[in-house]
Design a protein around this ligand. Structure first.
Ligand code: ATP
Ligand code: MG
Length: 659
């Protein structure tokens, strides 16, 4: 086994040799002629001349060895259903869906918009699209008609696949009225709408445009639709960023680079492989179940069941619910429901039942669980889990500690973006086992030439513990965005030109790196606060506040101040609010929190106010909407709130801050 340091160096110093080797992890119809064409920076073309297909790599190539192994298990605690599809069954369903889409006029290069809840048909639709060379554009099923309309207009889909309803907390959320309204609002009109009827709510059908999946499926039961071999650089999909900081950007991804990047990440980052996934059989057999080494008995078990709790509407859903695990020949679990319903033990009961080996979630979900008793996690046998990976937001130390204590498995933070498609910073335990450091997502992943840049002059910060913008020297590795959908100029200007004097990709996150190469993300570049000349990341202050025993969750924003330029303002959710019945009690806790920050970071970081709320404003993906908080705290218009989850959350803040 090479050391991770050597592995990383090779990826940066000899990228062609490195990625040529990784390219062997997938099936090619025609092998690539050139590994990377970077003749037109910052546009990188990976595996030029190669032809392949994502669906082939996710399904067809496994039929030889694992046709009857479960590939997809769709669990809904909303409808109380569990449906399992073997690779052979998934193969059949995806071909039916592909044939239906073709019958509706979908051809190679066309877009298909998928607006669906977390049901198996959503996975069929994604896989069917890439099978025939069409691009999917998945829109999170919870979005309202305005957000949906702007995405329909941008993607210009030939067809839309949807369902009668989603379900949240046991209540049906009808989709069809939202979809009809969105189509009415959009300048572009799709030729066809394919509706999956879950039997939750009646849906009005427009004659000529709307079609019923069950009826068309019955006509194509025995469909054989071969995979279309597409160029490696052929776009596989477009997907919008979460919209935490502003107008969502339409990320366009390729085919070959993405398949290679995911296959490599399954092996090197998640240390995952197909293994033996017969749920009923005894101990693992066969070569893929070979011992992984180490003395921990967990490491000698077979690997094979991946459970990412995200949604197909987000990038984690694309990479690690659908494509990554299936490319690796694993069983993937798709979950519809809350982490706390019927109770806070539901995810761990799934881990026990399906012998989940790899679990992927987000800090925001762990914080939800943390409001419940840790004994819910201890009720179930989770000893099959190799680790829990968390991403999407800063993982604060108390949250990491809590889940680590409760689960007794390694908790591994990972930092990346919709734009990159797979982790930028984490640990590559499949290459070399390394220890996590609380507060750090880890080290730069192979292929990413990560640098910290002084944003004022564009110079690289090479010393330890210097604060700068996290940037990536081009070319971006395989799997990362090719461009902004139909807007090359926006791609170049937004991502590559923000640092003076050089063409370098900015993540728009701010961080430091310690002497051992571990990075720490301090917040987004526009979340850096300047208090009387001191530059502070909001993240540092949040970390400090959330380590107070009675704080469950906190958001810190910079607010304009005539004297100091900016001051920090905190909005905190107390763990136990029962004592906070009057102003005196609230002031007492506020004073305690301020003292806590003083002692940890110094008085300059002390927030000017600590307001107590019951809920923080978040995006539908569970990320803090700091820009909206900041706007309200500065008594400005919060702007576009279409990506926000719960409008009541911002009202609380408005009431506290005053007009
Ligand atoms: P938009 O770009 O539209 O404002 P967004 O940045 O929230 O939305 P995503 O691509 O879903 O959209 O999120 C990526 C961002 O999430 C990162 O740039 C970073 O700010 C944050 N992030 C993700 N993972 C981590 C992590 N492990 N630690 C800290 N921050 C993280
Ligand atoms: Mg972003």
């Amino acid at each position: 086994m090479p050391s991770y340091a050597d592995f990383y160096r090779q990826s940066i110093d000899q990228p062609d040799a490195f990625w040529a080797e990784q390219a062997q992890l997938i099936d090619w119809h025609q092998p690539p002629q050139q590994i990377c064409d970077y003749s037109n920076p910052p546009f990188a073309k990976w595996f030029v001349g190669g032809t392949t297909n994502l669906c082939h790599n996710a399904i067809d190539r496994h039929l030889k060895d694992r046709a009857s192994q479960p590939a997809l298990v769709a669990i809904s605690t909303e409808t109380g259903t569990e449906r399992s599809y073997s690779f052979a069954e998934l193969h059949a369903e995806v071909q039916r869906m592909a044939a239906v889409l073709q019958s509706l006029g979908v051809k190679q290069g066309d877009r298909v918009l998928i607006y669906m809840p977390m049901i198996a048909e959503a996975a069929f639709a994604m896989l069917a699209c890439v099978r025939i060379g069409a691009l999917h554009s998945v829109v999170f099923g919870g979005f309202a008609s305005g957000s949906l309309a702007s995405r329909i207009e941008d993607a210009e889909p030939v067809a839309i696949v949807s369902a009668d309803a989603g379900s949240r907390g046991g209540k049906s959320v009808p989709y069809k009225p939202l979809l009809d309204e969105a189509i009415a609002l959009s300048k572009h009109k799709p030729a066809a709408v394919l509706m999956v009827d879950r039997g939750l709510v009646p849906a009005a059908m427009h004659a000529g445009r709307d079609h019923d999946w069950a009826a068309l499926r019955a006509q194509h039961l025995n469909a054989t639709v071969p995979c279309v071999w597409v160029e490696s650089t052929h776009p596989s999909y477009t997907l919008y960023t979460s919209g935490t900081t502003g107008k969502p950007k339409g990320v366009q991804r390729d085919t070959g680079g993405y398949a290679v990047a995911l296959a490599a990440s399954m092996k090197h980052i998640f240390d995952a492989g197909a293994g033996q996934t017969d749920f009923t059989a005894g101990p693992p057999q066969g070569e893929s179940a070979a011992p992984l080494g180490g003395s921990d008995p967990r490491e000698r078990r077979s690997v094979g069941v991946f459970f990412a709790t995200s949604d197909i509407g987000w990038v984690v859903g694309h990479s690690y619910i659908i494509y990554g695990p299936l490319i690796a020949g694993m069983t993937t679990i798709m979950y519809e429901g809350l982490p706390t319903r019927p109770d806070a033990g539901v995810w761990w009961s799934i881990v026990e039942k399906y012998k989940v080996t790899h679990m992927f979630s987000a800090p925001t979900a762990v914080r939800v669980l943390k409001k419940h008793d840790a004994s819910w996690l201890k009720k179930y046998d989770v000893s099959t889990l190799k680790a829990l990976w968390l991403a999407g937001e800063p993982l604060d130390e108390p949250t990491a500690q809590w889940i680590s204590d409760a689960l007794q498995v390694p908790i591994i933070d990972n930092y990346w973006q919709t734009e990159t498609g797979w982790p930028i910073l984490t640990l590559a335990n499949g290459v070399e086992q390394q220890t996590t450091r609380f507060g750090s997502p880890g080290k730069a992943m192979y292929g990413y030439n990560v640098k910290l840049i002084d944003e004022s002059n564009g110079e690289e910060l090479t010393g330890p513990n210097q604060k700068g913008v996290v940037a990536i020297e081009g070319p971006l590795p395989p799997g990362c965005m090719q461009t902004v959908w139909r807007d090359d100029e926006r791609f170049v200007n937004t991502y590559w030109k923000s640092i003076p004097g050089r063409l370098i990709y900015s993540t728009f996150d701010w961080g430091i790196r310690d002497a051992d190469g571990y990075y720490f993300i301090l917040g987004r570049t526009d979340d850096v606060i300047n208090v009387a000349g001191h530059r502070l990341g909001t993240r540092e202050i949040e970390e400090s506040i959330s380590s107070h025993p009675n704080i469950a969750e906190v958001a810190v924003v910079g607010v304009a101040d005539s004297l100091k330029g900016q001051v920090a303002m905190a909005f905190a959710v107390p763990r136990d609010a029962s004592g906070l019945t009057d102003d005196a009690a609230r002031l007492k806790l506020e004073g305690e929190v301020m003292k806590h920050v003083d002692s940890q970071l110094g008085a300059v970081a002390r927030p000017s106010r600590v307001y107590f709320v019951t809920v923080l404003p978040k995006t539908r993906s569970g990320k803090l909407l700091r820009r909206a908080l900041q706007a309200v705290a500065e008594r400005r218009d919060p702007g576009d709130l279409t990506t926000m989850d719960d409008p009541a959350a911002l009202q609380q803040v408005k009431d506290l801050v005053g007009p």
